[in-house]
Design a binder for this molecule. Sequence first.
Ligand SMILES: C[S@@+](CC[C@H](N)C(=O)[O-])C[C@H]1O[C@@H](n2cnc3c(N)ncnc32)[C@H](O)[C@@H]1O
Length: 196
Amino acid sequence: MRNTPRFSLFAWLAVFALAGFASFQSGNLSALTSVAQAQDFDSKKIVPFVPTPQEVVDKMIELAGVKKGDTVYDLGSGDGRIVITAAKKGAKAVGFEIDGDLVKESRENVRKAGVQNSAEIRQQDILTVDLSAASVVTMYLLPDVNLKLKPNLLSQLKPGSRVVSHSFDMGDWKPDKTERVDGRAIHLWTIPAKGR
Ligand SMILES: C[S@@+](CC[C@H](N)C(=O)[O-])C[C@H]1O[C@@H](n2cnc3c(N)ncnc32)[C@H](O)[C@@H]1O
């Protein structure tokens, strides 16, 4: 006796209902995951966005002697202006930014500047960045954040790498050079040979 069609219809309805529920749930889950991730990034934002004026950016890049062959990391890259300026000098440039809106905006700015082949923005907490691939690190952060980064700068960067900070110094690690543009200090340090 073939009495299965009725059952099959219910079975199929049940399967579709379950599949729909599961996909609704997985949609909800991915939306929840995105919200949680955004909140996680928000909680890690330790410096507000204040852009460096372009003439100061230009001096930072000049002071660090950025050239082709360099890899420049901008820690807390904001709208991407330092990354873009470094890439225009022929360097590979990477910006690390935690704020999702700024990540989007700066990626768009990189694209508009036409430097997307040599510049990229990563959404990452600056305190977790492995700095070992950089030959130049740029920063416009806060005094206590500079001090938090100091051990990583000294232990991970290769000797001869340059660190440039807009405004804030590095406590008892004295800069090799300080210049001023429009009253703003720009400090330069060169990583010493290991063991010094
Ligand atoms: C003072 S702004 C400097 C922006 C850019 N470097 C410039 O000089 O124009 C500091 C940037 O650091 C970002 N920031 C703050 N905390 C961060 C963190 N934990 N990881 C990555 N970026 C962070 C902020 O969102 C902001 O864009």
